[in-house]
Write a protein that binds this ligand. Structure first.
Ligand SMILES: NC(=O)c1ccc[n+]([C@@H]2O[C@H](COP(=O)([O-])OP(=O)(O)OC[C@H]3O[C@@H](n4cnc5c(N)ncnc54)[C@H](O)[C@@H]3O)[C@@H](O)[C@H]2O)c1
Length: 346
């Protein structure tokens, strides 16, 4: 990294703070400005993280020549119009997932814009930059559990901030919003394709909208194995987090530090079991859950070397499309075959 990058953050909310708090003090970064529709939020971020400029509107700011990178950390339905403006202004973009609201047409428009862009775009799949996830992925790829047969993943949130989750739910149900991470994890960890997806959706809190606040995706893998993913944001759900990978030779489970009941001081917990020798190993792995600096460094690497992102744009797009198809499967209560899509592109 040879230069200092001028960065603008659009969206001073939950994930915006995870980004800026991990980058504002880095030598290679200068925070040029922060933007939020809520002026108080933008002002607070400017004071906290040393930005000279704050506003409720980004249009003027992104034209400045000292801005190199824009981080888009707003709601999903705003990503596409903001991306369009940033690319037209010649800026590189780190855009939060999901790419767009749950709408295939918008997703395809986003895709085409990125494919034609002269600047770099990285979709923020932060688990790709998490050391524990990377370690477990490498163990699986090196054969630690043999052939992957079954994956179980749960990410339920007991919501304490109905306004924030209500806004997220207007754009995407949790099986899409969180699902893009875990669909990507399945493919990244195993190198397998998802050949069909089934869905179940429920409106637990009775929003009465068309979107489910809880859902389950069931997936068949190209080696005949299976996976499921459950995600919910509801008042009456208990928070739950399960990430388990089961092969014909062993089993691996990830428990993040914040979910550990014992020895959380040691970092994340990786549990590794092999049936043949009856061995059960625990690995403590100190790791930053949201490694936003590592993620931004990936974008800078893309800018400086022309390399693909992590995930590549195609990998992120495919994960999003599978999540959208899974959402359709949940709405129609059926299983959708993806083999045709793999043959003909999404
Ligand atoms: N990668 C992850 O782990 C992760 C975690 C949470 C959220 N997210 C994603 O981040 C995005 C934001 O979610 P959040 O939880 O931070 O929501 P949030 O409500 O905490 O923050 C969003 C902020 O964006 C602002 N905003 C909305 N539209 C805007 C616009 N046009 N211009 C400027 N500001 C605008 C809102 O005022 C709000 O302050 C969503 O796409 C969500 O899926 C990712």
């Amino acid at each position: 990294m040879s230069k200092t990058y001028g960065v603008v953050l659009i969206g001073c909310g939950h994930i915006g703070e995870a980004h800026i708090s991990d980058i504002y003090f880095r030598e290679e970064i200068r925070i040029v400005g922060v933007v939020d529709l809520n002026l108080d939020a933008a002002k607070l971020f400017a004071r906290k993280y040393g930005a000279a400029y704050y506003d409720t509107d980004y249009h003027e700011l992104i034209q400045r020549s000292d801005v190199d990178i824009v981080i888009i950390a707003t709601y999903a339905h705003t990503h596409l119009p903001i991306l369009k403006d940033c690319l037209a202004a010649g800026k590189h973009v780190l855009c939060e997932k999901p790419m767009t609201q749950a709408d295939m047409q918008a997703a395809k428009e986003f895709h085409d814009l990125v494919k034609q862009a002269k600047t770099k775009v990285l979709i923020a799949h932060v688990l790709r930059h998490n050391d524990t996830y990377t370690k477990v992925r490498n163990m699986i790829r090196e054969g630690a559990i043999g052939e992957v047969r079954f994956i179980r993943m749960v990410q339920n949130h007991h919501i304490m901030n109905p306004k924030r989750y209500g806004a997220l739910l207007e754009d995407c149900p949790p099986i899409v919003d969180c699902g893009v991470h875990y669909i990507d994890v399945i493919r990244w960890f195993t190198g397998l394709e998802i050949t069909s997806v089934g869905g179940l959706g429920t409106d637990i809190d009775g929003h009465g909208t068309n979107e489910f606040d809880h859902g389950i995706l069931t997936m068949k893998l190209s080696n005949g194995g299976s996976a499921y993913y459950e995600a919910g944001w509801a008042n009456n759900l208990a928070a739950e987090n399960l990430k388990e990978f089961i092969g014909n030779k062993g089993r691996l489970r990830i428990t993040l530090q914040e979910n550990r009941k014992q020895d959380a001081e040691e970092g994340d917990l990786i549990e590794y079991y092999t049936h043949e020798d009856g061995k059960y190993t625990t690995i403590n792995n100190p790791s930053k859950y949201k490694n936003m600096w590592g993620q931004l460094q990936t974008l800078i690497q893309m800018i400086e070397t022309g390399e693909e992102g992590n995930p590549s744009f195609d990998e992120a797009f495919e994960a999003f499309m599978i999540a959208l198809i899974g959402n359709e499967a949940a709405k129609q209560n059926k299983v959708i075959d993806l083999n045709y899509r793999w043959d003909h592109e999404f």
